[in-house]
Design a protein around this ligand. Sequence first.
Ligand SMILES: *Cc1c(COP(=O)(O)O)cnc(C)c1O
Length: 396
Amino acid sequence: MTLAIFGGQPVRQRMLPYARQFISNQDKDAITAVLDSAYLTTGPLVNDFEDAFAIVANSKHAVALSSGTAALHAAMHILDIGPGDEVIVPAITFVATANCVLYQGGMPVFADVEPDTLLIDPRSVQKNITGKTRAIIAVDYAGQPCDYEKLRNVATAHNLKLVTDASHSLGSSYSGKATGSIADLTTFSFHPVKHITTGEGGMVTTDDEHYAERLRCFRNHGITQDHRQRSGNDTWFYEMKTLGFNYRITDIQCALGLSQMQKLYEWIDKRNEIANYYHEAFKGSTAIKPLQHMDNVTHAYHLYVIRLNAAQLTADRDEIYSALRAEGIGVNVHYMPVYLHPYYRDVFGDRSGLCPDSESAFQQILTLPLFPEMSKDDRRDVVDAVNKVTDYYGAN
Ligand SMILES: *Cc1c(COP(=O)(O)O)cnc(C)c1O
């Protein structure tokens, strides 16, 4: 069969995106109701969303912010990360995981990832610890929790704070513990490609009351509410205690988030069902290998990532990417190692070779479409297109 990229018939006409949000009529009704209420922002729905979220994350506190990036920035701020401090992050992640350290004047230090899972490698974390290291940000890549037993041991031994960027892993668990209850601080994102959306939005969960208080202060310009709470609401008095930001989330967004949460576990089941379908379909393939799903976790499957077996293929990742796009399959790449981005090269120099396992993974990974509302035909199209393209470029 001629590939679509060479003028053949594509597997499908309309591009299947790698991710897409789903907004129900119930979601729309929830938003409309807020528009008719007294509060568009700083109203009761922010607390309602936080309370519902804390239950899912099994955490004492949940603080909602304007984005997942704001959540990461807030986490670094309240850990007092600053100039001279180092924070270890995985090389393969979205840039925001490392940028949040720079916002505070600290230095992100890149650890390598495990080849089979692309999760931060605890041995690489250990190797990168110096006298300046203050914290680790682990990323639950693709929706799978990291090896928290090992990470916690390393953190405890060196007196480091453990933060999870759980932008991919809402609703997952590690050894029976809900994501959001494991690290000292856990951050989430509600961007439309993530499990639930608020348009833009984020959350930090923690069991530490002092942290929660500081997070609320930081998202509101660094202004404390103490006096207002003490003297009731009819006082003009407030004080700014730290240089915070306006990282607040609106009640409109929280209404959407609350409504979306009702579908969370149903959607995660659907994601796992589609992932299992892919696993089965690709079991016998020598050309590609899906990432490993570990035993002691439940996986939230934000992404379904395959690795190409370069020895079995006559084309590289970019050629296979283009061929699959031409077939109507919206494949993607998550992610280029952060330090290879132009900004990081400009500021910190060329550090090619720093994390070899991350760099070789980057050359071989493709993210296949995965979202709960994908139809059976959509899934079949993905498998057909992957087989069509890898058969064509097969080395034997
Ligand atoms: C989406 C994402 C973020 C940023 O979240 P925003 O809500 O888009 O700011 C941070 N880290 C990871 C790993 C992400 O996937």
